[in-house]
Design a protein around this ligand. Structure first.
Ligand code: XMP
Length: 327
């Protein structure tokens, strides 16, 4: 198939009207390509795959089969939102696979960050391929490839994960309806397709998920402490008008413990680190300075609501010298 490229001088999609025109055009192109065949999509709930799902549902409805793999490292409420938006509201053909135990069992005792990433990535492909093999008559694989992915792979910056690294014997023709768009355009198209704001404008979230925020060997209890403290942070940022304003914010729970006191008794628990940053290119990052009042409130909520935490720290280190995540 001929490589589809962003036309030279293509006008940036900035309005609902131009998004509408793009959607109409893509629906036509998808129908022309797919005809009456079935399309498979790994739906993570991230912006790109969600927009691809919404476009394909409009274009070919039940011919699209979405697979949402819960690797156990998602944020609180994420799988529920994917099911609510795509299965309940958009009536998509959605297969939900809760593979949490499988991933967490494989990750048990593994502390090396690269090894953890390899296990998560490899296991993801395996679970997805297993689901694909159960289905009959799939000829196409949809992907949320966007224009910067193509540019970066051409410039040799990062390998474009074409076909998601599926096994050799699984050959599908690709459907990539947002491959000529920049990220901001994907968001406008997503909004026009009726996706919720907290999905379309959500902060970046790494593929290995909370796994990169639970340094060292992941344990279920410490992972739960990351998930609960992250949910509190997101809730408080939303309440305080920081959602959509701060580029990325999250919590990390490192694997060491120290002594504390609660209700007159000794505790021996983990610290929870808060990180909130701003950037444009992620090469250079500045920190968002939080108000004392907000920090006090976060400390008090995290300490009282998250089991296993007895201190809260705020990381005010820019990048460089630090990176964003704790790997
Ligand atoms: P670092 O820690 O390298 O992170 O300063 C830079 C940005 O990249 C995000 N990140 C990822 N995004 N898949 C992604 O889509 C990944 O595997 C991944 N790892 C890191 C990180 O959250 C930060 O915004």
């Amino acid at each position: 198939m001929e490589e589809i490229r962003r036309p030279e001088g293509m006008e940036r999609i900035t309005t609902a009207e131009s998004a509408k025109a793009f959607i109409e055009e893509q629906i036509g192109l998808i129908r022309e390509q797919v005809k009456d065949k079935k399309v498979l999509l790994a739906l993570s709930g991230g912006v790109d795959s969600s927009v691809v799902a919404a476009l394909l549902i409009k274009a070919v409805g039940q011919q699209l089969v979405c697979v949402h793999v819960n690797h156990g490292l998602l944020r609180k409420g994420e799988p529920e939102q994917v099911i609510q938006v795509f299965k309940n509201e958009m009536k998509a053909n959605l297969i939900y696979v809760d593979a949490s135990d499988r991933f967490l069992d494989k990750l048990a005792g593994v502390s090396d960050p690269e090894q953890k990433r390899k296990i998560i990535g490899g296991e993801f492909i395996e679970v997805f391929a297993e689901e694909a093999r159960k289905l009959d008559g799939i000829e196409f694989l949809a992907q949320g490839t966007i224009w910067p992915d193509i540019l970066e792979s051409e410039a040799g910056i990062k390998a474009h994960h074409n076909a998601g690294g599926l096994p050799e014997d699984m050959k599908f023709e690709l459907v990539e309806p947002v491959r000529i768009l920049f990220k901001d355009e994907v968001r406008i198209v997503g909004k026009e397709l009726g996706l919720p704001d907290n999905m379309v404008f959500r902060q970046p979230f790494p593929g290995p998920g909370l796994g990169v925020r639970c340094p060292g060997a992941i344990t279920r209890d410490r992972l739960e402490a990351v998930r609960l403290s992250d949910a509190i942070l997101r809730e408080e940022f939303a309440k305080n008008g920081l959602e959509g304003k701060v580029w990325q914010y999250f919590t990390v729970v490192p694997d060491f413990k120290s002594t504390g006191v609660k209700n007159g008794k000794r505790t021996f628990d983990w610290p929870c680190i808060i990180r909130a940053i701003n950037t444009t290119d992620v090469m250079e990052v500045t920190v968002e300075h939080l108000s004392d009042e907000l920090i006090d409130h976060l400390v008090s909520r995290i300490i009282s609501e998250v089991p296993g935490i007895n201190r809260v720290l705020v990381d005010y280190t820019p990048k460089p010298p630090a990176t964003v995540e704790y790997e």
